[in-house]
Design a protein around this ligand. Sequence first.
Ligand code: NAP
Length: 345
Amino acid sequence: MGGTMKQVVLAAYARGNPKPSDFRIEEAPVPAAGDGEILLRTLYIAVDPLIRFSLDETLLSGASRMELGAVMAGPSVCQVVASNHPGYAPGDFVEGRTPWAEYSAVAPDQPDYRGPPRKLDPSLAPVSAALGALGGPGQTAYEGVVNAARLKAGETIVISAAAGAVGSMAGQIAKALGARAVGIAGGAAKCRALLDLGFDAVADYKATGFADQLKAALPEGADVYFENVGGDVTMAVLPLLKRGARMPVCGFIAYYGMGMEGPGPDRLPGFYRHIMAKGLEIKGFAGIFAGQAGLNAIAGWMKEGRIRFPEAVVEGIEAAPQAFSSVFTGHDHVGKLLVRVAPEA
Ligand SMILES: NC(=O)c1ccc[n+]([C@@H]2O[C@H](COP(=O)([O-])OP(=O)(O)OC[C@H]3O[C@@H](n4cnc5c(N)ncnc54)[C@H](OP(=O)(O)O)[C@@H]3O)[C@@H](O)[C@H]2O)c1
């Protein structure tokens, strides 16, 4: 098809929170689909916090480090424009991990660690849901609530970053399981939105009375703490956990970009004291989770109207750097934050 397109490249390694100026918008030729490849037009990019791990000059571990000048990449929903692969036809919608570019050529038989692009059925749900409720965030929330925390009906779960993509799903899954869900988020508007989503109580970690709000929201303590944040939020939750409480560790966004030691002082002594004295059970989890069980369960709850999929959309690939930066510095959106790169054809 020829012509040029826009793409987002890494201009500087992030120091602390990523800034829009750490990225650059560039023009590049639209790629062609080679043998066995499909040409994808990007519709939505998900600005996921975990991408932050690839943007350090010196990596801690695990994540693959990005070179300066390389095209950013992450979860996206795309539409097939041209196909040299029997499994995909022009017009198909797919979810996968692609460059932050208006177009990309992908070889489904040589997939990255996430596997070949997943085909989507637009009659089941808007295709953007594949980046939220019916995608990684939904699966992650299910993994944490159901498999890592083994949440039961009648128990109380408290969730940090509850207005985010994972947290908003974790709270709704907890409610669908018959548990009581308490959400922690930044700002009164986000807290109100959580109550609208069905959370039983909320606490605003940016308010001066946060610790009191949290105590009032958890009069009998919590059986489960779904950890997304770390730092002061975790320190406020720990005293309110019941004996034997479970703590699935999904993320620790307050520390991203701070290296292995964090800002200090060393809070491990107090943390260990809570773990030991209360017999806390801590379970980390990460990555792509086995099976479709979580997505099937969420799809069922969505059909019954028990789970909604909040998402916020900003327009144009040029908005991606600002949107990604705002995940760490704060924004007013609830649910999955998406960048719409192009409309569906
Ligand atoms: N383990 C896994 O496999 C896996 C998979 C996906 C995501 N995660 C992790 O899950 C967590 C949530 O991800 P997500 O996709 O839901 O992200 P998201 O939709 O972008 O939401 C992130 C939210 O985190 C909150 N936040 C940011 N900095 C904070 C701070 N310093 N203190 C307190 N809250 C802060 C913000 O909400 P407020 O406006 O309320 O502050 C922000 O909206 C992240 O830690 C992420 O890395 C883990």
